[in-house]
Write a protein that binds this ligand. Structure first.
Ligand code: ZN
Length: 99
């Protein structure tokens, strides 16, 4: 998967920064073994990319959902964000959906 340098999420430009290891993440999100973070104030998503591919795309989707959750004040809990991210990745991957 090609990871873009920025994403437009709901009309907001968000920077995507890649780190070779989660030790370098500015704000570690190690809950449930994930290695990414979403800084809504800085409009920044950070990813550790020293992971197998399925995990990297799950982390990216997870952080996008975290951003949406904060932006729209949805109040999903972290387990719900995880479930949506993992399942969404599975559907997109298995269906080879390209928009
Ligand atoms: Zn998280």
């Amino acid at each position: 998967m090609r990871i873009p340098n920025k994403l437009n999420i709901g009309g907001i430009n968000v920077i995507i920064k890649q780190y070779k290891d989660n030790a370098f993440l500015p704000n570690n999100d190690k809950r449930n073994g994930l290695s990414g973070s979403c800084d809504y104030e800085k409009l920044l998503i950070s990813l550790a990319v020293n992971r197998p591919e399925p995990l990297i795309s799950e982390i990216l989707l997870h952080e996008i959902i975290e951003f949406i959750n904060i932006h729209y004040n949805i109040n999903l809990n972290h387990d719900q964000i995880d479930m949506i991210g993992v399942t969404l990745r599975q559907v997109l991957h298995d269906s080879k959906l390209v928009f």
